[in-house]
Design a protein around this ligand. Structure first.
Ligand code: BV8
Ligand code: ZN
Length: 262
């Protein structure tokens, strides 16, 4: 795989012309984002050494069905704190650049699919449409009994776990926990986008959580050009065509700037 290699763009932010041409000419774009895209909005990532959520909490104790069954109060309290933090945060320039890229591609008659592992809905608030939420949404809570589902954009719950207004059973965040299946229609649409795109962008993800992390390989296996934008190197960095070391807000904004001025 002739990669164009790794580029540290955290300083000299002029992106290679060949990369801008590939973005400009792409007719079928798929983008996959992870927690790194929301980091500049103030939402902690998961695996960043000092600041990531898993540096303070053990995922097995909070992000699994077993944890919820063992301690529904602790788990739902933690998720409700995260829910309210997401609501207080604002989309950043990276989210806005992806919404702009979707519009640019649509205006040019190309297709654009945004796939996210994030549960914060900041892409929606930045104006992205048709977002594929692989891991659900922390703003939605569902009843474990009757399936009642509602988006919660308000105050803290009155009690933990919150109870269903329809049947009184416990409600949980509508996210995908470890060991749970991803929503089949969403995963199918994401897989189709990765298999049929001619350009795949992987932005702000460590690419360690499956099956989401497999999408970049699906794109590579179908001869798509693949660009990674990430602060740190990942297991995918050596397999992609361009691996840009930089912040998603800065690099994505730069791509839009160079596209518009191309
Ligand atoms: C599944 C929602 C089928 C909840 C999340 C054993 C038993 C069961 C399953 C498994 C097993 N072993 C492996 C598995 C599969 C497992 C898995 O992949 N585990 C990994 C950890 C090895 N996957 C699953 O369980 C999935 N389900 O497989 O079902 C099945 C069923 C039964 C048995 C077998 C299989 C479900 C996975 C979904 C889990 N839910 N979240 C919540 O939010 O609390 S995962 C969680 O990780 C988030 O959703 C997050 O999006 C996702 C990926 O993390 P990233 O987004 O990449 O974030 P991370 O912090 O890792 O990286 C951020 C990156 O950004 C860094 O690289 C950093 O450098 C960069 N960055 C930081 N700042 C910036 C930046 N980049 C640019 N700009 C910046 N400013
Ligand atoms: Zn109910």
């Amino acid at each position: 795989m002739p990669t164009m290699g790794e580029h540290d763009v955290s300083h000299s932010i002029d992106l290679p012309d060949a990369l801008i041409s590939v973005v400009c000419e792409a007719q079928r774009v798929a983008v996959m984002t992870g927690a790194g895209v929301s980091a500049e909005s103030g939402i902690p990532t998961f695996r960043d050494a000092m600041t990531g959520l898993w540096s303070k909490f053990r995922p097995e104790e909070l992000a699994t069905p077993q944890a919820f069954a063992a301690n529904p109060q602790k788990v739902t309290q933690w998720y409700d704190e995260r829910r309210r933090m997401c609501l207080e945060c604002q989309p950043n320039a990276g989210h806005e650049a992806l919404a702009a890229l979707q519009q640019i591609k649509r205006d040019a008659g190309a297709t654009f699919t945004l796939i996210t592992q994030n549960v914060d809905r900041l892409h929606h608030r930045a104006g992205s449409e048709g977002v594929l939420e692989l891991h659900g949404s922390i703003l939605e809570w569902r009843c474990v009994g009757c399936g009642f589902l509602d988006e919660e954009t308000g105050e803290p719950f009155a009690q933990y776990p919150p109870t269903c207004p329809q049947c009184g059973d416990a409600r949980r965040p509508n996210v995908v926990w470890f060991g749970e299946m991803l929503p089949a229609p969403v995963l199918q649409a994401a897989d189709h986008a990765a298999a049929t795109c001619d350009l795949f962008l992987s932005v702000g993800t460590s690419n360690v959580v499956y099956p989401a992390a497999g999408l970049i390989d699906t794109a590579l296996a179908h001869d798509a050009r693949v660009i990674e934008i990430n602060l740190d190197q990942t297991s995918a960095s050596r397999r992609v065509h361009w691996s840009l070391r930089g912040s998603s807000a800065t690099v994505l904004s730069r791509i839009i700037e160079q596209l518009v001025n191309a």
